[in-house]
Structures are given as structure tokens and as C-alpha cells.
Design a protein around this ligand. Structure first.
Ligand SMILES: Nc1nc2c(ncn2[C@@H]2O[C@H](COP(=O)(O)OP(=O)(O)OP(=O)(O)O)[C@@H](O)[C@H]2O)c(=O)[nH]1
Ligand SMILES: [K+]
Ligand SMILES: [Mg+2]
Length: 364
């Protein structure tokens, strides 16, 4: 029996199994994750999974991948918000490769990637699913485009495809440490009460993966799926913004309902509705900071900022300016919201905020 049949078998068994048989379900899911991982390894020839026309250079300050079913309007969006032309038409699979465009916003260059439509079974390599998913994994944000005229199952199907290849949307890595050892059996410690995970499950699951010696420490209330994710590894935790297109085709009531869903923006690419707001939301989700550097006794150049990720420290900024700069850094003066007083003298670990002005003082 091939892997795809084995996967289908387990999926059928999961569907048949009663929801309250959590332990049994967990073991089935662990098996499923194992076969899926095998499938991906073979299919991608060792992990790369890039195909011709998909190997697009990263450029700019951040990368956004457009993921969606065929003909939801992905290429129409690229044509509207970037200077790049990507063929858009009423038939499915108009786009066959990865087409990069560039959005300039608040001084940042955001790379927007138009991609072929995904279909059900993409995770198993149907259509160009394999390549599309490989590109999605390199993105800082997934822009999931949905058709406002279609039902809610389109979003669930798409999420299930991404889930099946180890992409986790809008979630954080479970707080579990897992280390294999050469002897000593399986050690299981939970620092908080567990609603789902038991030592017995952890042991059975690890035996399924032929792991007999390991140390497991669980630091939050985790599900069996969380544990499977940590053991299988190679999971990608990505931010996702949901974008419903073609709102020109639906009524006010539906529009209102969709617009209230979390992490969601509603637009009409064809009618240019709400596209400015979409770009604003992309920028916010990416969490980019714009910083200004200045020399002693001079004003900063507010035309020329440095774009950097939210949460970055002075050290990240130094690296960006020059590779050697951190080693000759003495201190920095910071004006702006991250400073307690204006200016504040800070060390290299100081975390910066949007629009901060920084003067770096080097060792003599
Ligand atoms: N009514 C309406 N139609 C739209 C809108 N945006 C795009 N379309 C139409 O939807 C069809 C598909 O658009 P594309 O941009 O080619 O869709 P795509 O997602 O890139 O499709 P593939 O590349 O084939 O996956 C075209 O006929 C567009 O004119 C919109 O906002 N409203
Ligand atoms: K199309
Ligand atoms: Mg297209």
C-alpha cells in the first residue's frame, strides 16, 4: 500500500472514530502526521520543493504570499496594488508560476507574491500545491484570499490543506521542550495541569515514532496535536490575514458578517473597494518599524528611514547599518516612544519602537 492510500485509510478511520475516544484519535493523528511528513520529504526531494518559476528572490523588507482557490482574484489584486502585471481572467489556473510585485508603504518595500490557485489535495501534490506551499513557508505573512460569494467551507478546506503540510496559522509554538536521549526511557514532566495530554499517550506516541528515550517537559495546557507538532517538527508558524474579495457581489448583511470575523478584511479588487485599508492592515500585521538615525549635532533625515521588524533592539539596527558596528558600539541616544526621557542613553539590548530616532556612539 502506498503512502497516499495509507493516509486516506487513516483519515477514514479518524472520521469513523467517536470524538470522545481522544486517546485513540491521538494515536491515529500521530500516525497520520508521520505519513504526511514522509510524503512531503519524498515529494520535495529532501525539503526544497521549488519548481521552475517559483524560485523568486526575496526582496524588500517583508514578503507576503497570496494563497487562495483558483479565480478568487489574486492576480487582480496584484495588478491593482503593484506596478507588476499578472494575467487575470475568468478561467481557473490563469496564473501558473510565482509573480512578484512590490508595494511601497510607509517607507517600506513589501514584496507581494501572486501564486497559482490551490485546490483540494494540494498537500498531496495535486496541481501546483507543492510549489505554492513551499513559497508560502518563506513568507512573513499569508494573505489568504477568499471569494465572498462562496460559503464558509472554502476557508476551512484551505486551512486544512495548509495544516496538513505543517503550516500553523496565527498560532504560537507550543511551550513544550522535547529532547531525545540515548538511554533512560521516556521522562514526562508537566509543570501545569493537563486537560488532554497523559504520560501514557506521550509514551505510545513516541513509540509509534520509534523513540524510546526522551525528555519531555510541558509548560502549558497542551493538546495531543500540540505534542505531535513538536515531535514531528518542521512546523511553520505564520501570520495570516483573511481577505474576502468580490464584495460587490454580496448584500450588506453578508458583508457585515464577514467584516466582523477576526483577522479579516473585505475588499473588491475590481471595484477598488477598501484596498487602501487592506494595505494598511498588511503593514500592521507585518509589524514593521520605521526608524531614523542621526549624527551628533545634526537633524535626522525623515525622508530616509530604516525599516526593521517589531521587537528589534538597537543591536538589530546596528547589524543593518554595518556588520562590524555592534563590535565597536559604545551606547546610543534614543528619542521617541521607547525612550523614558528625551533622549535616553541606552545599551545595545534596548528595544526600539516605531518612529524612534537613534544616535549611535562608537568606542574610540
Ligand atoms: N465581481 C468581481 N469579480 C472580480 C473581482 N476581482 C476579480 N474578479 C474576477 O475574478 C476572475 C478571476 O480573477 P483572477 O485575478 O484571474 O483570479 P486568480 O485568483 O488570480 O485566479 P488563478 O490565477 O486562476 O488562480 C476574473 O474574471 C476577475 O475579473 C471583484 O472584486 N469582483
Ligand atoms: K483566474
Ligand atoms: Mg491568478
Amino acid at each position: 500500500m502506498g503512502i497516499i492510500e495509507k493516509i486516506a485509510d487513516i483519515e477514514r478511520e479518524i472520521a469513523r472514530t467517536q470524538k470522545n475516544k481522544e486517546y485513540h484519535l491521538g494515536i491515529l493523528k500521530a500516525k497520520l502526521a508521520k505519513y504526511r511528513a514522509e510524503l512531503l520529504d519524498i515529494k520535495s526531494g529532501g525539503g526544497g520543493g521549488k519548481g521552475e518559476g517559483f524560485d523568486v528572490m526575496k526582496s524588500g523588507d517583508a514578503r507576503v504570499a497570496l494563497i487562495g482557490f483558483p479565480s478568487v482574484g489574486k492576480s487582480t489584486l496584484l495588478n491593482k496594488v503593484t506596478k507588476t502585471e499578472s494575467a487575470a481572467a475568468a478561467y481557473e489556473f490563469t496564473t501558473l508560476t510565482c509573480i512578484p510585485g512590490n508595494i511601497e508603504y510607509e517607507g517600506a518595500n513589501i514584496q507581494l507574491l501572486d501564486l497559482p490557485g490551490i485546490i483540494e489535495g494540494a498537500a498531496q501534490g495535486k496541481g501546483r500545491g507543492k510549489q505554492v506551499i513551499a513559497v508560502a513557508r518563506t513568507a512573513d505573512l499569508v494573505l489568504m484570499m477568499l471569494d465572498a460569494t462562496r460559503g464558509p467551507q472554502q476557508r476551512r478546506l484551505l486551512e486544512a490543506e495548509l495544516e496538513a503540510v505543517g503550516i500553523r496559522l496565527n498560532r504560537v509554538r507550543p511551550n513544550i521542550s522535547f529532547r531525545t536521549k540515548s538511554a533512560g526511557g521516556i521522562g514526562f514532566t508537566a509543570t501545569v495541569r493537563q486537560s488532554y495530554l497523559t504520560e501514557k499517550f506521550v509514551q505510545t506516541m513516541l513509540h509509534e515514532y520509534k523513540i524510546f528515550h526522551a525528555e519531555v517537559i510541558v509548560r502549558e495546557d497542551c493538546t495531543m496535536d500540540d505534542f505531535i507538532d513538536v515531535v514531528v517538527g518542521n512546523r511553520k508558524y505564520l501570520k495570516c490575514l483573511y481577505c474576502y474579495n468580490k464584495i460587490d457581489q454580496i448584500g450588506m448583511e453578508d458583508l457585515d458578517r464577514l467584516a466582523r470575523e477576526p483577522n479579516t478584511v473585505v475588499v473588491s479588487c475590481e471595484m477598488n473597494l477598501n484596498l487602501d485599508f487592506l494595505i494598511r492592515r498588511i503593514w500592521e500585521e507585518l509589524g514593521l518599524l520605521r526608524l531614523y538615525t542621526k549624527k551628533r549635532g545634526e537633524y535626522p533625515d525623515f525622508e530616509d528611514g530604516v525599516i526593521i521588524r517589531a521587537g528589534s533592539s538597537v543591536e538589530h539596527l546596528c547589524h543593518r547599518i554595518h556588520r562590524q558596528l555592534p563590535s565597536i558600539f559604545k551606547f546610543a541616544l534614543v528619542w521617541g516612544t521607547s525612550a523614558k526621557h528625551q533622549p535616553q542613553k541606552v545599551g545595545i539590548q534596548h528595544r526600539l519602537q516605531n518612529e524612534d530616532v537613534i544616535q549611535i556612539v562608537k568606542k574610540q
